[in-house]
Design a protein around this ligand. Structure first.
Ligand SMILES: Nc1ncnc2c1ncn2[C@@H]1O[C@H](COP(=O)(O)OP(=O)(O)OP(=O)(O)O)[C@@H](O)[C@H]1O
Ligand SMILES: [Mg+2]
Length: 521
């Protein structure tokens, strides 16, 4: 074999080895994860530099702030390691321009550089660059960097075939870097979404806490209240229908919330309906839902509160006001969890725990035919009688302080002192409006107080009677009023107030006149 042929063969072998290397490298880049791209690029740079007997390969990318190029990846034989932070624009303006326009810079000797590249040539010379080939790196048509291969010790020719092959590598690097960037952007976006979601969840939890903390803080240490709370403890974890009985303002709704929160249904919101707040036709749709066109004006379909409360608790407040015809429907839900929306024949089955409340005497209403007996027994599975405030006077000081602190804080008027005579007056007043009334009185007191000493307006209607024990006349008045309220101002008959009080109707009538009692409208 001639020497020429041998040289050719050696060259061919080297080319084949290089081709094999490129095939290997490109295969490795196919599925490279974002966090391994950087290491893989530098490794590829090393292998190419070594395979071709070069001195250095650098990869530059556009800095974030301007269009200058900064070295981000490099491999070099030790004595030709690049200066960190080599900025292309300042030192190599012509090269920089050419690359940004998408052109390749290629020279075997510095003399091959064009006249316009004077500054570049001087810069290359100062670092003793001999030969160089530099490719633009682009993604979606935009140049974002450059990849260079160069020599310092000896000059070197860049054949077209070699440039083509290296261009291929440049494209692979560009691809990997673009993918890495979009993956990182995606990850950042995902992280943002996760953070946002966590924040929202935390906010929700917080809001719920705030919203629920208020109704669930039951203040009081009296034996009467403790008995109620122990009943709550017993019934809460069961699914038993619970009936809360007690005068207005005694905390029935508060206790309903507490029962729900201590039940296994606590993660779902409790659904509430006040049976006294809506006219009968609307209550039916509210409770059981309706189909579109169920009646004139039913323009949309509506899920009822029972459906909304599926898996949770429904609180039926003022249950005594539920119209008789709806009581049948309620009884059915209580018995087998079944209901139909108005205007639908489809039976729905719901899993709902019922808590009902009333300040009326349900047994009496049953006796008077105003409340269905079967529903009464069904609701009365676990009755809890919430005692009026006057039967747990021990709780008053703590309640007063709690409300004083609450309103003091809310109104920016902190309460530090409550005079003893004021506390005594509050303690002895009979509180017909119970805790709600006490709360209102304290709110007003905080508003009128001029300093950190709570000024209870003892002259006010609410507490006036508290200064002295209630008079006989006041007691009589209260009793008669209560009886009238209970009977709906009916005087005569076995269901009338007179019978309830053990008086003759005429006697009762004259007392009503004397006391100037008037039926509220
Ligand atoms: N033990 C208590 N500790 C603190 N606040 C209470 C307590 N009991 C009741 N309250 C407060 O008193 C007010 C009345 O309570 P709630 O609405 O629960 O009474 P209710 O029995 O449902 O009255 P009504 O029969 O008039 O609907 C509410 O502001 C409630 O937060
Ligand atoms: Mg209530």
């Amino acid at each position: 074999m001639t020497r020429e042929a041998e040289a050719l063969r050696a060259e061919l072998e080297e080319r084949l080895r290089f081709e094999a290397l490129l095939v290997d490298l490109s295969a490795r880049f196919v599925h490279v994860p974002a966090d391994q791209v950087d290491g893989m690029i530098e490794e590829a740079q090393r292998r190419i530099v070594q395979a071709l007997g070069l001195d250095r390969s650098t990869l530059l990318q556009r800095a974030d702030t301007d269009d200058d190029l900064v070295i981000t990846h490099a491999w070099a034989v030790p004595e030709f390691a690049p200066q960190p932070g080599l900025f292309a624009k300042r030192n190599f303006p012509w090269v920089h321009q050419t690359l940004l326009r998408g052109g390749i810079v290629r020279f075997s000797t510095l003399e091959e550089l064009p006249a316009e590249a004077g500054l570049d040539q001087a810069a290359f010379r100062s670092v003793q660059q001999k030969s160089n080939v530099i490719f633009p790196l682009a993604s979606t048509g935009k140049v974002f960097g450059a990849l260079s291969f160069g020599t310092f010790r000896a000059q070197r020719e860049w054949s077209d075939v070699l440039v083509q092959r290296l261009q291929l590598m440049a494209d692979i690097f560009a691809n990997a870097l673009a993918r890495q960037r979009s993956e990182q952007a995606l990850q950042r976006a995902l992280d943002d979404v996760t953070r946002l979601k966590q924040q929202l969840e935390a906010e929700n939890a917080y809001l719920r806490e705030v919203a629920e903390a208020q109704p669930s803080d039951i203040v009081g240490n009296s034996p009467a209240l403790k008995r109620v709370l122990s009943q709550v403890d017993h019934v809460a974890p069961t699914d038993a229908t619970t009936l809360l009985l007690g005068e207005t303002g005694t905390g029935k709704e508060l206790l309903a919330h507490l029962i729900h929160r201590r039940s296994r249904r606590k993660d779902r919101a409790m659904v509430k309906l006040n049976c006294a707040a809506l006219p009968p036709t609307l209550i039916e749709a509210e409770l059981f839902g309706r189909e579109k066109g169920a009646y004139t004006g039913a323009l949309t379909r509506q899920a009822g509160r029972f459906e909304l409360a599926h898996g949770s608790t429904i609180f039926l407040d003022e249950i005594a006001e539920l119209p008789l015809e709806l009581q049948v429907k309620l009884l059915r839900v209580l018995e087998d969890g079944q209901l139909e929306r108005i205007g639908s024949i489809k039976t729905l089955t719901v899993d709902v725990r019922v808590i009902a409340a009333t300040n009326r005497d349900l047994a009496k209403l049953v006796a008077h035919g105003k409340f269905r007996e079967d529903l009464y027994y069904r609701l009365n599975v676990f009755p809890i009688a919430v005692p009026p405030l006057r039967e747990r006077g021990e709780d008053i000081p703590l309640l007063v302080w709690t409300f004083a602190k609450q309103f003091g804080q809310a109104l920016g008027k902190p309460v530090e002192r409550i005079p003893q005579d004021a506390m005594d007056a509050l303690r002895h007043y009979p509180w017909p409006g119970n805790i709600r009334e006490l709360r209102n009185v304290i709110e007003r007191a905080v508003i009128v107080s001029e300093n950190s000493t709570l000024q209870v307006p003892l002259g006010s209607a609410a507490v006036a009677g508290a200064v002295a024990p209630p008079t006989l006349a006041a007691t009589e008045r209260a009793q008669i009023l209560a009886a009238l309220e209970q009977t709906g101002w009916r005087i005569r008959g076995s269901a009338g107030a007179a019978a309830l009080l053990g008086l003759k109707p005429t006697t009762l009538e004259s007392r009503i006149k004397k006391l100037r009692l008037q039926r509220p409208r």
